[in-house]
Design a binder for this molecule. Sequence first.
Ligand SMILES: Nc1ncnc2c1ncn2[C@@H]1O[C@H](COP(=O)(O)OP(=O)(O)O)[C@@H](O)[C@H]1O
Ligand SMILES: Cc1ncc(COP(=O)(O)O)c(N)n1
Length: 544
Amino acid sequence: MTTTPSAPAPRVLSIAGTDPTGGAGHAADLKSIAAMGGYGLSVVTAVVAQNTQGVVAVHTPPVEVLQAQLDAVAQDVELDAVKVGMLGSVPVIETVGRWLAEHRAPVVVVDPVMVATAGGRLLEPEAEHALRRILHHADLITPNLPELAVLAERPVARTWDEALAQGRAVADTFGTRVLVKGGHLAGESTPDALVVPGRQEPAAQYGGARVATRNTHGTGCSLSSALATVVARTGDWAGGIGTARTWLRGALRAADSLHVGHGNGPVHHMHHVQDLVADPAFVSAAGAADDDAAPGRSGVGPRAHGVPAAGAGQPADAREADARGTAERFTDELWEDCAPIREEIAALPFVTALGDGTLERAAFEWYLDQDMQYLEAYSRALALLAAAAPGEEIREFFAAAAAAVVTGESALHRARLGGRSPEPPSATTSAYADFLLARTGQDGFAVGAAAVLPCYWLYAHVGTELTRRAHDVGWEGHPFADWLATYSDPDFQSATDVARRAVDRAAATADPATREAMRRAFRRACRLELAFFAQTADDAAGRP
Ligand SMILES: Nc1ncnc2c1ncn2[C@@H]1O[C@H](COP(=O)(O)OP(=O)(O)O)[C@@H](O)[C@H]1O
Ligand SMILES: Cc1ncc(COP(=O)(O)O)c(N)n1
């Protein structure tokens, strides 16, 4: 997004229903508008009792209340865009339709909401016809595939070509642009396309691998209000959709870190400012400095992969990546690339048993043993990285991380091994250790940093997932609760963020060959993480 600090915030009105869990409807709209730098206003059409698991009840206030809200806004505020979401019933649709006709905003986006992602009707069946009658007020409509099928009066599209054909038919029928969305298609990709009336070929197409998360509550609401905001500022539909999509994909990637609800949770609308608000420089600039901030944990704990005290080595320009707003980061590409490996890790018997607490003690102890062998090499690798680090702050971060691993490691040895000597390292453990030492010792900072990143990131990810599962089965008395808590700990998560930023910054100035070597190192480390989790004492001893 190319904005200057003085660019005025577009005033964007959301006309939508509510969601008390904050992920869809008017809450999602306001967050998304703010995330895109707009000023959000809100008129409520229906009060919906819903959560991440479904819709419980819908209460529609009298239309006079709706009319009064719309009038109150129109009499006082000049709007740059309107986004229409859930309308629900015929009287509400007709009231909003009349109002849109009288108060034309420069940008009008209608998301023809019919059902919630988690299930539950949000539009009365008899209201479908009324909804069709107001679509000509929209500059763009954003139906999902089932909604598109209703508007096209055809069965739900099962292929992307069918979806595009329905999109063209709907654009022609209603004389408006249609964003055809592939979120509901089966398969690994989520294409979207901008289709315009009277044109055979889409005006713009967007690709991208499906983000592996079940937390997609409110994606449609979020995308439509975000793009209304960007287009209000730029007037560019194809570009605005691209910007909003890139931001939404980041919000989907960060969704699992939110822990809201037990069903299809919300996306992380403010993912791109998360690091910014945790940055001490930002907090003090905002006038809320607290110089006595509590020190971070020392990173002592099983496989404490170097979690330096809070703030250590936080790059001064921690905002750099965020300041780029919605640009895809190099590490996003790495993360998407290793999605299949993440899925394999999540499905490993060792990992699932760790989450639900059924893993045998002996298997866990053997794993910890191997982990300690690994950590010895890992701390050396972090120290080598510190030596090669391009700047003081990154050097401090990795040096502190190396020290924290050594401290955590020796504490663990004392706590877990007692007087017993450790098992020898397995072939897998040795291979991973050798790989890290080679990449950090021989290949320079950029490749070395990419090689150690999975050890942070995959553990933060797996730890968060398993903690969620452990809460589902019962956290109290869970045999591995302390271990899991280490990795879902915010300190570990923010250390992961710093390591990620270090890789992004190194990639930004690296030549193509180095970037390719960084990709290879990251991928190989992910595979070694998979092998590390997959190994058992029997494999290592050559037992069948
Ligand atoms: N798992 C996912 N990964 C990446 N993009 C997704 C994912 N799920 C949905 N999207 C995107 O989110 C947007 C809205 O998704 P969609 O599911 O089609 O709409 P709705 O939320 O209205 O049902 C689309 O741009 C779609 O491509
Ligand atoms: C009030 C309201 N409006 C819309 C949706 C649809 O949400 P989604 O974006 O997941 O389709 C919802 N669940 N609640």
